[in-house]
Design a binder for this molecule. Structure first.
Ligand code: KIV
Ligand code: NA
Length: 278
């Protein structure tokens, strides 16, 4: 099986086939997502929250993204991989953006990059596309701007804000983005944006009118994801409970000497070996 291409993703929108996207951050998560048939893996800077334990994505570095992207690429060799440019590794001019985006492809083995922003980053998006680096946009709730936005809240509720988001989506499409993440916007707005564009929209907390959906690995699996009430997440397994219980049993077995048993040990031919050390 070959990874999807940006051409195929645009065709999926045209034919009405929903695009499934999930984040992954390391070899096992990527391997399992690929084996389960995911269309696209996103190495999100949400790894700052769910893997590294930060409160926001702001402390995440480009080195962090390269390191995790490489691990994902080793685990999912046949899946299209998009990796986030983290906070302030773009917006400093196209040259810096290009240099940083190139590292995600050359060292992180990503196929494409994602940046948060709209018309304000259109020039940098266009520069990447000209250089052969596919770009996924990301508008609505943009977590790298959480302090400026005043928290994690639904965006585009007011008509003026909604118009700005539509303009941003169109600017990203015009700049050559191959898809756009819509995060935490109303269903009506996401639907309007999806209809206005020829490139696919990938929603998270953006309702049923998007061309695809993305969620965070640790959220859908309840895998020690930091607690924050998320109406838009659907839980598909409770790995946190499974893993905690399993480790608890291991600890109890070691304490009670129930582990290891004979089947877990290696025996010498001749015993005892006391003569070896006098
Ligand atoms: O970092 C991330 O996981 C993301 C998705 C939630 C879209 O940007
Ligand atoms: Na992100």
């Amino acid at each position: 099986k070959q990874p999807l291409t940006i051409t195929k993703l645009k065709k999926m929108k045209q034919s009405g086939e929903p695009i499934s996207v999930l984040t992954a951050y390391d070899y096992p998560s990527a391997k399992l997502a690929e084996e389960a048939g995911i269309d696209v893996i996103l190495v999100g800077d949400s790894l700052g929250n769910v893997v590294l334990g930060y409160d926001t994505t702001i402390p995440v570095t480009l080195d962090d993204m390269v390191y995790h992207s490489r691990a994902v690429a080793r685990g999912a060799q046949n899946t299209f991989i998009v990796t986030d440019l983290p906070f302030m590794t773009y917006r400093l001019g196209s040259e810096t953006t290009l240099r940083n985006a190139a590292r995600l492809l050359q060292e992180g083995y990503a196929h494409a990059i994602k940046m948060e922003g709209g018309a304000d980053i259109a020039e940098e998006v266009a520069a990447c596309v000209r250089a052969g680096i596919p770009v996924m946009g990301h508008i609505g709730l943009t977590p790298q701007s959480v302090h400026q936005l005043g928290g994690y809240k639904v965006q585009g509720k007011l008509p003026k804000e909604a118009q700005q988001l539509i303009d941003d989506a169109k600017a990203l499409e015009a700049a050559g983005a191959f898809a756009i993440v819509l995060e935490l916007v109303t269903e009506q707005l996401a639907e309007a944006i999806s209809e206005a564009l020829t490139i696919p929209t990938i929603g998270i907390g953006a309702g049923r009118g998007c061309d695809g959906q993305v969620l965070v690995y640790h959220d859908i699996l309840q895998y020690a994801s930091p607690y924050r009430e998320k109406r838009f997440v659907k839980t598909y397994a409770d790995l946190g409970t499974t893993v905690r219980n399993a480790i608890g049993k291991y600890v109890a077995d070691v304490k009670s000497r129930a582990f290891p048993q004979q089947e877990h040990v290696f025996l010498s031919e001749q015993e005892p070996l006391k003569h070896l050390y006098g």
